[in-house]
Design a protein around this ligand. Sequence first.
Ligand code: SAM
Length: 325
Amino acid sequence: MITVHGLLGVPGDGLRAAVSHADRVVAGSRQLDALDVPAARRIRLGAPRLAAELVADLPPEADVVVIASGDPLFFGVVRALRLHGLRPRVIPAPSSIATAFAAVGLPWDDAVVVSAHGRPLATAANLARAHPKVAVLTSADNGLRELAAALAGQDRWYVLAERLGEPEERVRVLDGTAAATTEPSEPNVVLVLAARPDEPDAAWAGVIAGPDRAPRPQVSAAAAVAFARLLPEPGELVWATGELGADVAALAAWAGAAIDRDATIPRRAAAPVADVVVAGTADVLDGVSPRAAVLTGRVPEPLPAGYHWTGESVAGLLLTTGVRA
Ligand SMILES: C[S@@+](CC[C@H](N)C(=O)[O-])C[C@H]1O[C@@H](n2cnc3c(N)ncnc32)[C@H](O)[C@@H]1O
């Protein structure tokens, strides 16, 4: 039998008892040490995929206890176990995200949750540019300071929730300047907010979990086609300049992407780089390699390499679309 126990903070008596009887205990080194698990019964939980492989190789009659942080069904190890055909019993703890929002008394059914744990930070930063309430699962290299640096110039507040459930638990509300220079302790989650948590709640439709969409924009036919060629999505950054810039920006914002209407800004060192570009001229692509671009002005010959380029005329405007090869 495999039982996955969620844990946020200090193990309770039930978990200690389960660990003492288990044939194998799968957990992070800190938990294995804290629970005094003998070396012969330990499986260290690093990458969930590898731990799942080891668990799948154990005899079916083995009593296996897996300890995972927070809710193991939410950005947790159970997905990897299920991929190996395993169907464990799950005893969840509250997620670190739910606990961080609870610490500041803020509803989070309208939030976006994103993981920067072992992943590039850009998706989280772009989501936090585009949405007013974003919760980030962090890692030591991709956390509070990196987010604050990527969001410099944006009006954002940060809730840093460190070591939730542990005696050292600490929850702080920081402005952008403080966030950029605060050294967090691990593990932590960061809530990036457009308003301080004690300010009144923004309107929310209350139907689908996640942020409300912007109103559907009315746009030109050429902008609609440009948008369809680019299909920006949440977590991406769109540079939108030139004749179609405003309309495509409105559509991209509706789709949940982050927008930069001044494509000169990202060229500065350390500034975010676009995933998608709509621009009047090709020189905006100098030195950057977005996923896709639509150009509306006269295009140079040859066009930048590394793209499949196509041209089409929409309502009298020539759209030149490049999709990275
Ligand atoms: C792989 S995710 C697992 C999330 C987990 N399933 C949950 O529901 O909280 C690991 C991340 O969760 C967050 N986390 C886990 N335990 C935490 C704690 N005690 N305090 C604050 N954040 C925690 C950290 O951002 C950490 O990098």
